[in-house]
Write a protein that binds this ligand. Sequence first.
Ligand code: CAA
Length: 286
Amino acid sequence: MEGLRHTLGVVGAGTMGGQIAYQAALHGFEVHLVSRREERLQSACASSSALLRRRVEKGKLSAEACEATLTRVTTSTDFDALSGMSTIIETVAEDRNVKRDVYARISEHADEDAIIGTNSSTLGSSLLEDAVSRPERFLNIHFFNPALLMTLVEVVPGPHTSEAAVKHAMEFARAIGKTPVRLAREEYGFIANRILFIAIQEAMHLVEGGYISMSDCDLAVRNALGWPMGPFELSDLVGLDVVEAILDEGARQTGDTRWVPLPLLHDRVARGELGKKTGSGFFSAS
Ligand code: CAA
């Protein structure tokens, strides 16, 4: 296989897309970040730039490396910025129709040999492969939030994915400083979310059952299991709407009632209390 070219297109400039773009730039990649909305691009760049500048203040990154990283990310509202990119990661909303539309546009501009990875946590690439022009080059490349810090990347081939594409994805993840794990085949939740979200559901059952408060449950999990954040604080970080969508889709795809969201979560989402991004969720942001 030809050596990996250090070029990356990222489509979608939300929390995940922005940080994935800067993670790759930190490791020397030329990155083109594409979104339909200019404001999203600006805010993604501002928040990741601020995180990297904080690393400089803390002496964890040199000022030169930081500035070089920032210049490696170019933003665009035009999908033609994806041409010439060796790897393309899609990070748009977890909605099949939105993703289908985006894949039609990516397929118009991507190089023939580009690998396209979806960062979707709920949709295996086999549910979307009919929307891309070269399914053999398409698979899930799944990052964790916050992507500038969490080192795991799950590489999940569908039945249509070629071995060369899987190898490319593994090499790409290592080249941007991540630790990839390769799944043999698709399974709902892949590995980490499969374990994490069932554990979060158990925490919600305990609180709804009146056994413990949310803050004491978090305290217990942090201290007994060594999680850096308890299940409720972590849900606020991930976004309660995202947590509910993962659970809903899990219930639909697996038919297993363990995934069905509880009122404790659903009621907050219905009130627009989505966690850190709205200032309140299970807890209020301080
Ligand atoms: N984005 C980027 N960087 C962040 C951040 C964020 N949201 N929050 C904190 N940080 C950075 C801080 O800037 C700080 O960096 P420096 O040391 O370079 O200054 C560093 O993280 C440590 O921050 P803090 O001391 O404030 O806080 P902490 O020690 O508690 O670490 C954390 C924060 C790394 C997020 C840690 O709490 C953690 O690992 N939490 C668990 C996260 C997790 O499990 N993520 C997976 C979610 S599930 C998912 O993503 C899958 C999916 O499909 C939905």
